[in-house]
Design a protein around this ligand. Structure first.
Ligand code: NAD
Length: 494
Protein backbone atom coordinates (compact mmCIF):
# COMPACT_ATOMS: atom_id res chain seq x y z
CA UNK A 1 0.00 0.00 0.00
CA UNK A 2 1.50 3.29 -1.14
CA UNK A 3 1.87 6.18 1.24
CA UNK A 4 2.36 9.61 -0.25
CA UNK A 5 4.85 12.02 1.36
CA UNK A 6 3.28 14.59 3.69
CA UNK A 7 1.92 17.59 1.80
CA UNK A 8 3.46 20.70 3.38
CA UNK A 9 2.57 24.36 3.09
CA UNK A 10 5.01 26.80 1.49
CA UNK A 11 4.76 30.27 2.94
CA UNK A 12 7.24 33.14 2.63
CA UNK A 13 9.97 30.83 1.36
CA UNK A 14 9.50 28.21 4.08
CA UNK A 15 8.25 24.68 3.58
CA UNK A 16 6.35 23.89 6.74
CA UNK A 17 3.50 22.31 8.66
CA UNK A 18 0.36 24.23 9.54
CA UNK A 19 0.41 26.39 12.65
CA UNK A 20 -0.18 24.16 15.66
CA UNK A 21 0.65 21.07 13.56
CA UNK A 22 -2.89 20.69 12.27
CA UNK A 23 -3.20 18.05 9.54
CA UNK A 24 -5.75 15.86 7.81
CA UNK A 25 -5.82 12.44 6.16
CA UNK A 26 -5.81 12.15 2.41
CA UNK A 27 -8.25 9.50 1.30
CA UNK A 28 -7.35 7.25 -1.61
CA UNK A 29 -10.09 7.20 -4.29
CA UNK A 30 -9.09 3.57 -4.93
CA UNK A 31 -9.41 2.18 -1.41
CA UNK A 32 -11.34 4.75 0.61
CA UNK A 33 -8.47 4.48 3.12
CA UNK A 34 -5.89 7.10 4.17
CA UNK A 35 -3.00 7.34 1.71
CA UNK A 36 -1.12 10.27 3.20
CA UNK A 37 -1.30 13.38 5.33
CA UNK A 38 -1.62 17.03 4.42
CA UNK A 39 -1.11 20.18 6.46
CA UNK A 40 -4.40 21.82 7.39
CA UNK A 41 -3.72 25.55 7.02
CA UNK A 42 -5.10 27.84 9.71
CA UNK A 43 -6.37 31.36 9.13
CA UNK A 44 -3.01 32.62 10.43
CA UNK A 45 -1.20 30.59 7.77
CA UNK A 46 -3.33 32.03 4.97
CA UNK A 47 -2.90 35.52 6.39
CA UNK A 48 0.87 35.03 6.43
CA UNK A 49 0.84 33.83 2.80
CA UNK A 50 -1.09 36.91 1.67
CA UNK A 51 1.27 39.22 3.57
CA UNK A 52 4.31 37.50 2.07
CA UNK A 53 2.97 37.66 -1.50
CA UNK A 54 2.04 41.32 -1.09
CA UNK A 55 5.44 42.19 0.31
CA UNK A 56 7.27 40.33 -2.47
CA UNK A 57 5.23 42.19 -5.06
CA UNK A 58 5.49 45.66 -3.53
CA UNK A 59 8.94 45.66 -1.98
CA UNK A 60 11.18 43.54 -4.21
CA UNK A 61 12.15 43.80 -7.86
CA UNK A 62 10.36 40.56 -8.75
CA UNK A 63 7.72 42.28 -10.84
CA UNK A 64 9.95 44.85 -12.54
CA UNK A 65 10.46 44.81 -16.33
CA UNK A 66 14.23 44.51 -15.77
CA UNK A 67 13.63 41.23 -13.94
CA UNK A 68 11.75 39.59 -16.80
CA UNK A 69 14.62 37.39 -17.99
CA UNK A 70 15.55 36.30 -14.45
CA UNK A 71 11.91 35.34 -13.82
CA UNK A 72 11.88 33.37 -17.02
CA UNK A 73 15.07 31.49 -16.08
CA UNK A 74 13.71 30.62 -12.62
CA UNK A 75 10.43 29.34 -14.04
CA UNK A 76 12.44 27.28 -16.53
CA UNK A 77 14.58 25.87 -13.74
CA UNK A 78 11.43 24.92 -11.84
CA UNK A 79 10.18 23.14 -14.97
CA UNK A 80 13.40 21.08 -15.05
CA UNK A 81 12.92 20.06 -11.42
CA UNK A 82 9.38 18.93 -12.24
CA UNK A 83 10.82 16.75 -15.00
CA UNK A 84 13.20 15.14 -12.51
CA UNK A 85 10.16 14.34 -10.36
CA UNK A 86 8.13 12.88 -13.21
CA UNK A 87 7.43 9.51 -11.56
CA UNK A 88 6.43 11.12 -8.31
CA UNK A 89 3.99 13.40 -10.14
CA UNK A 90 2.50 10.30 -11.77
CA UNK A 91 2.10 8.65 -8.36
CA UNK A 92 0.35 11.74 -7.05
CA UNK A 93 -2.06 11.71 -10.00
CA UNK A 94 -2.84 8.06 -9.34
CA UNK A 95 -3.12 8.07 -5.57
CA UNK A 96 -4.56 11.54 -4.94
CA UNK A 97 -6.66 12.24 -8.02
CA UNK A 98 -7.56 8.61 -8.79
CA UNK A 99 -6.04 8.66 -12.27
CA UNK A 100 -5.69 5.24 -13.86
CA UNK A 101 -2.10 4.55 -14.97
CA UNK A 102 -3.07 4.80 -18.66
CA UNK A 103 -4.48 8.29 -18.06
CA UNK A 104 -1.44 9.70 -16.27
CA UNK A 105 0.44 10.87 -19.33
CA UNK A 106 -2.48 12.03 -21.40
CA UNK A 107 -4.15 14.45 -19.05
CA UNK A 108 -2.14 14.54 -15.87
CA UNK A 109 1.63 14.72 -16.14
CA UNK A 110 2.98 14.70 -19.71
CA UNK A 111 0.28 16.98 -21.03
CA UNK A 112 0.69 19.35 -18.10
CA UNK A 113 4.46 19.59 -18.54
CA UNK A 114 4.03 20.05 -22.30
CA UNK A 115 1.76 22.97 -21.49
CA UNK A 116 4.49 24.41 -19.29
CA UNK A 117 6.94 24.20 -22.23
CA UNK A 118 4.38 25.92 -24.42
CA UNK A 119 4.15 28.80 -21.95
CA UNK A 120 7.95 29.15 -21.98
CA UNK A 121 7.80 29.16 -25.74
CA UNK A 122 5.04 31.74 -26.19
CA UNK A 123 6.48 34.03 -23.51
CA UNK A 124 8.49 35.80 -26.23
CA UNK A 125 5.20 36.77 -27.91
CA UNK A 126 3.87 38.82 -25.00
CA UNK A 127 3.44 42.36 -26.24
CA UNK A 128 4.95 44.23 -23.28
CA UNK A 129 4.82 47.52 -25.13
CA UNK A 130 2.55 48.68 -27.93
CA UNK A 131 2.97 51.82 -29.96
CA UNK A 132 -0.30 53.73 -30.53
CA UNK A 133 1.35 56.47 -32.57
CA UNK A 134 0.59 60.15 -32.35
CA UNK A 135 -2.69 62.05 -32.07
CA UNK A 136 -3.64 65.66 -32.06
CA UNK A 137 -5.33 66.82 -28.89
CA UNK A 138 -6.18 70.48 -28.30
CA UNK A 139 -3.77 71.64 -30.98
CA UNK A 140 -0.73 69.65 -29.90
CA UNK A 141 0.53 66.24 -30.97
CA UNK A 142 0.84 63.52 -28.36
CA UNK A 143 2.76 60.29 -28.53
CA UNK A 144 1.12 57.25 -26.86
CA UNK A 145 2.37 53.83 -25.87
CA UNK A 146 0.77 51.05 -23.84
CA UNK A 147 2.84 49.02 -21.40
CA UNK A 148 1.78 45.76 -19.86
CA UNK A 149 2.42 45.37 -16.15
CA UNK A 150 1.83 42.41 -13.84
CA UNK A 151 -1.55 42.67 -12.13
CA UNK A 152 -0.14 42.08 -8.64
CA UNK A 153 -0.89 39.38 -6.07
CA UNK A 154 -2.71 36.42 -7.62
CA UNK A 155 -4.73 33.82 -5.73
CA UNK A 156 -4.89 30.63 -7.82
CA UNK A 157 -7.72 28.41 -6.60
CA UNK A 158 -7.77 25.01 -8.29
CA UNK A 159 -9.86 21.79 -8.49
CA UNK A 160 -9.02 18.13 -7.97
CA UNK A 161 -9.75 16.57 -11.34
CA UNK A 162 -6.54 17.37 -13.25
CA UNK A 163 -4.73 19.24 -10.48
CA UNK A 164 -1.22 19.43 -11.91
CA UNK A 165 -2.48 20.63 -15.27
CA UNK A 166 -4.61 23.39 -13.77
CA UNK A 167 -1.95 24.41 -11.23
CA UNK A 168 0.58 24.81 -14.03
CA UNK A 169 -1.96 26.67 -16.17
CA UNK A 170 -2.24 29.35 -13.50
CA UNK A 171 1.02 29.44 -11.53
CA UNK A 172 3.41 29.41 -14.50
CA UNK A 173 1.49 32.09 -16.41
CA UNK A 174 1.18 34.36 -13.38
CA UNK A 175 4.88 34.04 -12.47
CA UNK A 176 5.98 34.70 -16.05
CA UNK A 177 3.80 37.80 -16.08
CA UNK A 178 5.62 39.04 -12.95
CA UNK A 179 2.90 38.47 -10.37
CA UNK A 180 3.36 36.91 -6.97
CA UNK A 181 1.15 33.92 -6.28
CA UNK A 182 -0.75 32.10 -3.58
CA UNK A 183 -1.73 28.67 -4.88
CA UNK A 184 -4.72 27.10 -3.11
CA UNK A 185 -5.28 23.53 -4.37
CA UNK A 186 -8.42 21.51 -3.59
CA UNK A 187 -8.50 19.59 -0.28
CA UNK A 188 -8.47 16.24 -2.14
CA UNK A 189 -5.31 17.03 -4.11
CA UNK A 190 -2.92 19.07 -1.94
CA UNK A 191 0.14 17.08 -3.07
CA UNK A 192 -0.03 18.38 -6.65
CA UNK A 193 0.19 21.85 -5.12
CA UNK A 194 2.69 21.10 -2.36
CA UNK A 195 5.21 19.93 -4.94
CA UNK A 196 5.35 23.52 -6.25
CA UNK A 197 6.47 24.71 -2.84
CA UNK A 198 9.06 22.03 -2.41
CA UNK A 199 10.58 22.50 -5.86
CA UNK A 200 10.36 26.31 -5.79
CA UNK A 201 12.46 26.20 -2.64
CA UNK A 202 15.01 24.01 -4.45
CA UNK A 203 14.96 26.27 -7.52
CA UNK A 204 15.80 29.25 -5.30
CA UNK A 205 12.66 31.34 -5.70
CA UNK A 206 12.76 34.59 -3.72
CA UNK A 207 10.73 34.55 -0.50
CA UNK A 208 7.04 35.27 -0.88
CA UNK A 209 6.93 35.08 -4.67
CA UNK A 210 5.16 31.73 -4.61
CA UNK A 211 3.13 30.45 -1.67
CA UNK A 212 1.06 27.29 -1.34
CA UNK A 213 -1.73 26.87 1.21
CA UNK A 214 -4.42 24.20 1.55
CA UNK A 215 -6.66 22.75 4.18
CA UNK A 216 -9.39 20.29 4.95
CA UNK A 217 -12.18 22.85 4.69
CA UNK A 218 -12.87 23.42 0.98
CA UNK A 219 -13.98 27.02 1.43
CA UNK A 220 -12.10 28.64 4.32
CA UNK A 221 -8.75 29.55 2.74
CA UNK A 222 -10.38 30.37 -0.60
CA UNK A 223 -12.88 32.74 1.03
CA UNK A 224 -10.07 34.59 2.78
CA UNK A 225 -8.17 34.99 -0.48
CA UNK A 226 -11.25 36.22 -2.34
CA UNK A 227 -12.19 38.73 0.35
CA UNK A 228 -8.76 40.16 1.12
CA UNK A 229 -8.17 43.54 -0.56
CA UNK A 230 -4.44 42.79 -0.80
CA UNK A 231 -5.16 40.12 -3.42
CA UNK A 232 -5.49 41.74 -6.85
CA UNK A 233 -6.73 38.86 -8.97
CA UNK A 234 -8.43 35.56 -8.27
CA UNK A 235 -7.80 32.92 -10.90
CA UNK A 236 -10.29 30.17 -10.24
CA UNK A 237 -10.98 26.81 -11.85
CA UNK A 238 -13.84 24.81 -10.46
CA UNK A 239 -17.58 24.52 -10.41
CA UNK A 240 -19.87 27.19 -11.79
CA UNK A 241 -21.64 27.53 -8.43
CA UNK A 242 -18.43 28.38 -6.55
CA UNK A 243 -17.26 30.54 -9.48
CA UNK A 244 -20.42 32.67 -9.24
CA UNK A 245 -19.97 33.06 -5.52
CA UNK A 246 -16.33 34.11 -6.00
CA UNK A 247 -17.37 36.71 -8.56
CA UNK A 248 -19.92 38.16 -6.15
CA UNK A 249 -17.52 38.19 -3.21
CA UNK A 250 -14.63 39.49 -5.32
CA UNK A 251 -16.84 42.31 -6.53
CA UNK A 252 -16.79 43.82 -3.05
CA UNK A 253 -13.12 44.75 -3.48
CA UNK A 254 -13.42 45.07 -7.30
CA UNK A 255 -11.01 42.23 -7.78
CA UNK A 256 -10.04 40.94 -11.16
CA UNK A 257 -11.75 37.57 -11.38
CA UNK A 258 -10.69 35.00 -13.94
CA UNK A 259 -12.96 31.95 -14.05
CA UNK A 260 -12.61 28.53 -15.71
CA UNK A 261 -15.83 26.72 -14.88
CA UNK A 262 -17.90 23.69 -15.76
CA UNK A 263 -19.15 22.37 -19.06
CA UNK A 264 -21.72 20.17 -20.77
CA UNK A 265 -20.16 20.10 -24.19
CA UNK A 266 -21.88 18.61 -27.23
CA UNK A 267 -20.32 16.28 -29.76
CA UNK A 268 -22.35 16.50 -32.97
CA UNK A 269 -22.03 13.54 -35.34
CA UNK A 270 -23.66 14.54 -38.65
CA UNK A 271 -25.34 11.93 -40.84
CA UNK A 272 -22.51 11.94 -43.40
CA UNK A 273 -19.67 11.46 -40.88
CA UNK A 274 -17.18 9.25 -42.74
CA UNK A 275 -16.76 6.80 -39.89
CA UNK A 276 -20.06 7.14 -38.08
CA UNK A 277 -19.44 4.11 -35.86
CA UNK A 278 -16.02 5.31 -34.72
CA UNK A 279 -17.30 8.85 -34.06
CA UNK A 280 -20.06 7.52 -31.80
CA UNK A 281 -17.89 4.93 -30.06
CA UNK A 282 -15.09 7.43 -29.38
CA UNK A 283 -17.48 9.58 -27.38
CA UNK A 284 -17.78 6.88 -24.68
CA UNK A 285 -17.26 8.82 -21.48
CA UNK A 286 -14.68 6.72 -19.70
CA UNK A 287 -11.34 8.55 -19.68
CA UNK A 288 -10.53 9.56 -16.05
CA UNK A 289 -14.08 8.46 -15.23
CA UNK A 290 -15.51 11.42 -17.15
CA UNK A 291 -14.03 13.94 -14.69
CA UNK A 292 -12.94 16.53 -17.21
CA UNK A 293 -14.36 19.99 -17.69
CA UNK A 294 -14.04 19.87 -21.47
CA UNK A 295 -15.37 16.32 -22.00
CA UNK A 296 -18.07 15.90 -24.62
CA UNK A 297 -20.77 14.64 -22.31
CA UNK A 298 -23.72 15.18 -24.68
CA UNK A 299 -23.60 13.07 -27.84
CA UNK A 300 -25.90 14.47 -30.54
CA UNK A 301 -26.76 12.03 -33.36
CA UNK A 302 -29.19 12.33 -36.30
CA UNK A 303 -32.68 10.92 -35.73
CA UNK A 304 -32.32 9.01 -39.02
CA UNK A 305 -29.38 7.05 -37.55
CA UNK A 306 -30.39 6.99 -33.88
CA UNK A 307 -31.08 3.25 -33.66
CA UNK A 308 -27.78 2.57 -35.39
CA UNK A 309 -25.98 4.85 -32.91
CA UNK A 310 -27.56 3.00 -29.99
CA UNK A 311 -26.38 -0.36 -31.35
CA UNK A 312 -22.88 1.02 -31.90
CA UNK A 313 -22.69 2.37 -28.35
CA UNK A 314 -24.04 -0.83 -26.85
CA UNK A 315 -21.32 -2.73 -28.69
CA UNK A 316 -18.58 -0.26 -27.77
CA UNK A 317 -19.44 -0.15 -24.06
CA UNK A 318 -19.77 -3.95 -24.09
CA UNK A 319 -16.33 -4.25 -25.60
CA UNK A 320 -14.84 -1.81 -23.09
CA UNK A 321 -16.41 -4.15 -20.55
CA UNK A 322 -14.58 -4.53 -17.31
CA UNK A 323 -11.26 -3.21 -18.57
CA UNK A 324 -11.05 -0.42 -16.05
CA UNK A 325 -10.51 0.19 -12.36
CA UNK A 326 -7.28 -1.77 -11.82
CA UNK A 327 -4.65 0.46 -10.24
CA UNK A 328 -1.82 -1.74 -11.46
CA UNK A 329 -2.92 -2.05 -15.08
CA UNK A 330 -0.97 0.41 -17.26
CA UNK A 331 -3.54 0.02 -20.04
CA UNK A 332 -6.48 1.24 -17.97
CA UNK A 333 -7.64 4.79 -18.62
CA UNK A 334 -10.49 4.81 -16.12
CA UNK A 335 -10.30 4.50 -12.35
CA UNK A 336 -12.63 5.58 -9.54
CA UNK A 337 -14.23 8.98 -9.07
CA UNK A 338 -12.43 11.21 -6.61
CA UNK A 339 -14.44 10.89 -3.40
CA UNK A 340 -17.47 9.52 -1.62
CA UNK A 341 -19.14 12.90 -2.05
CA UNK A 342 -18.59 12.85 -5.80
CA UNK A 343 -19.73 9.25 -6.01
CA UNK A 344 -22.99 10.09 -4.24
CA UNK A 345 -23.50 13.02 -6.58
CA UNK A 346 -22.95 10.97 -9.74
CA UNK A 347 -25.15 8.13 -8.49
CA UNK A 348 -27.93 10.60 -7.72
CA UNK A 349 -27.76 11.84 -11.33
CA UNK A 350 -28.06 8.25 -12.55
CA UNK A 351 -31.21 7.85 -10.44
CA UNK A 352 -32.48 11.17 -11.75
CA UNK A 353 -31.94 10.07 -15.36
CA UNK A 354 -34.14 7.05 -14.76
CA UNK A 355 -36.81 9.19 -13.08
CA UNK A 356 -36.75 11.65 -15.95
CA UNK A 357 -37.58 8.82 -18.37
CA UNK A 358 -34.24 8.32 -20.12
CA UNK A 359 -33.27 4.76 -21.03
CA UNK A 360 -30.18 3.27 -19.43
CA UNK A 361 -28.36 1.62 -22.34
CA UNK A 362 -25.35 0.47 -20.32
CA UNK A 363 -23.99 0.66 -16.77
CA UNK A 364 -25.60 2.67 -14.01
CA UNK A 365 -24.18 0.84 -11.00
CA UNK A 366 -21.67 1.44 -8.26
CA UNK A 367 -18.97 -1.24 -8.34
CA UNK A 368 -17.77 -2.06 -4.83
CA UNK A 369 -16.27 -5.28 -6.21
CA UNK A 370 -13.50 -3.10 -7.73
CA UNK A 371 -12.24 -2.04 -4.29
CA UNK A 372 -13.11 -0.03 -1.21
CA UNK A 373 -12.94 3.25 -3.16
CA UNK A 374 -15.41 5.10 -5.33
CA UNK A 375 -16.10 3.05 -8.45
CA UNK A 376 -18.98 3.72 -10.83
CA UNK A 377 -19.30 1.77 -14.05
CA UNK A 378 -19.28 3.46 -17.46
CA UNK A 379 -22.85 4.59 -18.02
CA UNK A 380 -24.81 5.78 -21.03
CA UNK A 381 -28.36 7.11 -21.24
CA UNK A 382 -30.30 7.20 -24.53
CA UNK A 383 -33.74 8.62 -25.35
CA UNK A 384 -32.61 11.78 -23.64
CA UNK A 385 -34.20 15.13 -24.41
CA UNK A 386 -32.19 18.28 -24.02
CA UNK A 387 -34.51 19.70 -21.38
CA UNK A 388 -33.80 16.87 -18.94
CA UNK A 389 -31.57 17.79 -16.02
CA UNK A 390 -29.12 15.02 -16.99
CA UNK A 391 -28.69 16.87 -20.32
CA UNK A 392 -28.37 20.31 -18.77
CA UNK A 393 -26.33 19.81 -15.61
CA UNK A 394 -22.69 18.85 -15.32
CA UNK A 395 -22.51 15.35 -13.82
CA UNK A 396 -18.69 15.14 -13.76
CA UNK A 397 -18.60 11.36 -13.83
CA UNK A 398 -18.64 8.53 -16.40
CA UNK A 399 -22.18 9.28 -17.62
CA UNK A 400 -22.86 10.05 -21.29
CA UNK A 401 -26.24 11.23 -22.56
CA UNK A 402 -27.30 10.70 -26.19
CA UNK A 403 -29.74 13.11 -27.81
CA UNK A 404 -31.29 12.83 -31.31
CA UNK A 405 -31.57 15.78 -33.72
CA UNK A 406 -33.49 16.40 -36.97
CA UNK A 407 -31.01 18.35 -39.08
CA UNK A 408 -27.99 20.68 -38.78
CA UNK A 409 -30.09 23.60 -37.53
CA UNK A 410 -31.63 21.40 -34.87
CA UNK A 411 -28.20 20.10 -33.81
CA UNK A 412 -26.87 23.67 -33.45
CA UNK A 413 -29.97 24.67 -31.49
CA UNK A 414 -29.59 21.74 -29.07
CA UNK A 415 -25.85 22.33 -28.64
CA UNK A 416 -26.55 25.98 -27.83
CA UNK A 417 -29.48 25.34 -25.50
CA UNK A 418 -27.18 25.02 -22.53
CA UNK A 419 -26.00 27.39 -19.85
CA UNK A 420 -22.50 26.17 -20.57
CA UNK A 421 -20.17 26.78 -23.52
CA UNK A 422 -16.76 25.28 -22.85
CA UNK A 423 -15.91 22.89 -25.67
CA UNK A 424 -17.46 20.54 -28.22
CA UNK A 425 -16.98 18.77 -31.51
CA UNK A 426 -18.54 18.12 -34.89
CA UNK A 427 -17.91 15.45 -37.54
CA UNK A 428 -18.98 15.43 -41.17
CA UNK A 429 -17.69 14.17 -44.52
CA UNK A 430 -18.22 17.69 -45.82
CA UNK A 431 -15.63 20.00 -44.27
CA UNK A 432 -17.55 23.21 -45.04
CA UNK A 433 -20.68 21.78 -43.47
CA UNK A 434 -18.73 20.84 -40.33
CA UNK A 435 -17.13 24.29 -40.18
CA UNK A 436 -20.51 25.97 -40.53
CA UNK A 437 -21.83 24.05 -37.54
CA UNK A 438 -18.63 24.65 -35.53
CA UNK A 439 -18.77 28.40 -36.13
CA UNK A 440 -22.34 28.61 -34.88
CA UNK A 441 -21.97 26.73 -31.60
CA UNK A 442 -21.44 29.26 -28.80
CA UNK A 443 -18.50 27.67 -27.06
CA UNK A 444 -14.85 28.37 -26.26
CA UNK A 445 -13.39 25.57 -28.39
CA UNK A 446 -14.73 23.19 -30.99
CA UNK A 447 -13.03 20.19 -32.54
CA UNK A 448 -13.78 19.83 -36.27
CA UNK A 449 -13.46 16.27 -37.56
CA UNK A 450 -11.26 15.31 -34.63
CA UNK A 451 -9.05 18.43 -34.62
CA UNK A 452 -7.22 18.97 -31.32
CA UNK A 453 -8.49 22.28 -29.98
CA UNK A 454 -6.85 22.12 -26.55
CA UNK A 455 -3.08 22.66 -26.16
CA UNK A 456 -0.71 24.77 -24.08
CA UNK A 457 0.09 27.19 -26.88
CA UNK A 458 -3.51 28.18 -27.66
CA UNK A 459 -6.10 29.88 -25.46
CA UNK A 460 -8.70 27.82 -23.61
CA UNK A 461 -11.79 29.03 -21.80
CA UNK A 462 -15.53 29.27 -21.76
CA UNK A 463 -18.51 31.18 -23.04
CA UNK A 464 -21.58 31.75 -20.87
CA UNK A 465 -21.56 29.88 -17.52
CA UNK A 466 -18.31 28.13 -18.45
CA UNK A 467 -16.20 31.09 -17.45
CA UNK A 468 -14.55 34.41 -18.08
CA UNK A 469 -11.03 34.77 -19.46
CA UNK A 470 -8.57 32.51 -21.23
CA UNK A 471 -5.90 30.18 -19.88
CA UNK A 472 -2.84 28.93 -21.85
CA UNK A 473 -1.17 30.49 -24.84
CA UNK A 474 0.09 34.04 -24.83
CA UNK A 475 -3.46 35.11 -23.88
CA UNK A 476 -3.07 33.00 -20.73
CA UNK A 477 -0.02 35.02 -19.67
CA UNK A 478 -1.63 38.34 -20.60
CA UNK A 479 -4.59 37.54 -18.30
CA UNK A 480 -2.22 38.32 -15.44
CA UNK A 481 -1.35 41.80 -16.69
CA UNK A 482 -2.86 45.27 -16.65
CA UNK A 483 -2.47 47.75 -19.49
CA UNK A 484 -1.10 51.16 -18.63
CA UNK A 485 -1.17 54.00 -21.17
CA UNK A 486 1.71 56.47 -21.25
CA UNK A 487 1.45 59.66 -23.31
CA UNK A 488 3.63 62.74 -23.76
CA UNK A 489 3.73 65.78 -26.00
CA UNK A 490 5.67 64.99 -29.17
CA UNK A 491 9.23 66.23 -29.13
CA UNK A 492 10.06 65.29 -25.56
CA UNK A 493 11.69 61.96 -26.35
CA UNK A 494 14.25 60.82 -28.88
P1 NAD B 1 -15.20 23.27 -6.61
O1 NAD B 1 -15.82 24.47 -7.23
O2 NAD B 1 -15.93 22.54 -5.58
O3 NAD B 1 -13.78 23.65 -5.96
C1 NAD B 1 -12.75 24.27 -6.70
C2 NAD B 1 -11.81 24.96 -5.74
O4 NAD B 1 -12.50 26.01 -5.06
C3 NAD B 1 -11.23 24.08 -4.65
O5 NAD B 1 -9.90 24.44 -4.40
C4 NAD B 1 -12.11 24.40 -3.45
O6 NAD B 1 -11.46 24.12 -2.23
C5 NAD B 1 -12.34 25.88 -3.65
N1 NAD B 1 -13.53 26.42 -3.00
C6 NAD B 1 -14.66 25.78 -2.64
N2 NAD B 1 -15.53 26.63 -2.08
C7 NAD B 1 -14.96 27.86 -2.09
C8 NAD B 1 -15.36 29.15 -1.67
N3 NAD B 1 -16.55 29.37 -1.10
N4 NAD B 1 -14.52 30.19 -1.85
C9 NAD B 1 -13.31 30.01 -2.44
N5 NAD B 1 -12.86 28.80 -2.85
C10 NAD B 1 -13.68 27.73 -2.69
O7 NAD B 1 -14.80 22.32 -7.85
P2 NAD B 1 -14.20 20.86 -7.78
O8 NAD B 1 -15.27 19.94 -7.34
O9 NAD B 1 -12.90 20.89 -7.05
O10 NAD B 1 -13.85 20.61 -9.33
C11 NAD B 1 -14.77 20.21 -10.27
C12 NAD B 1 -15.27 21.37 -11.08
O11 NAD B 1 -14.18 22.05 -11.71
C13 NAD B 1 -16.17 20.96 -12.23
O12 NAD B 1 -17.29 21.79 -12.28
C14 NAD B 1 -15.31 21.17 -13.47
O13 NAD B 1 -16.02 21.39 -14.66
C15 NAD B 1 -14.49 22.33 -13.07
N6 NAD B 1 -13.26 22.40 -13.89
C16 NAD B 1 -13.18 23.36 -14.86
C17 NAD B 1 -12.05 23.43 -15.67
C18 NAD B 1 -11.94 24.49 -16.72
O14 NAD B 1 -10.83 24.74 -17.17
N7 NAD B 1 -13.02 25.13 -17.15
C19 NAD B 1 -10.99 22.54 -15.48
C20 NAD B 1 -11.09 21.58 -14.48
C21 NAD B 1 -12.24 21.52 -13.68
Amino acid sequence: MTTLPDAKLYIDGKLRDATGGRSYDLISPWTGEPVGKAADATKEDVEEAITAARRAFDETNWSSPENRQTRFELVKKLRELFQENYDRLGDLAVHEAGAARGAVDRAHVAMALDGWDDYLDVFKNVEWEKDYGEKNAFGAMHKRIAVREPVGVVAAITPWNVPLYVNIGKVVAALLAGCTVILKPAPDTPGAGAVFGELAEKAGFPKGVLNVVFGKDPAEAGEMLVQDPRVDLVSFTGSTAVGKHIMEEGGKTLKRVFLELGGKSAKIVLDDAPDFAMECAMTMLVFHAGQGCAVQSRLLVPKSRYEEAKAILKGAYGQFGDNWGDIDNPEHIMGPVISKKQMDRVMSYIELGKEEGATLLHGGNARPDKGGGFFIEPTVFVDVTNDMRIAQEEIFGPVLVVIPFEDDEDAIRIANESNYGLSGGVSSGDFDRAMNVARRVRTGSMSVNGGMCIAGDIPFGGYKASGIGREWGVEGIEEYTEIKMLAWPVGQAA
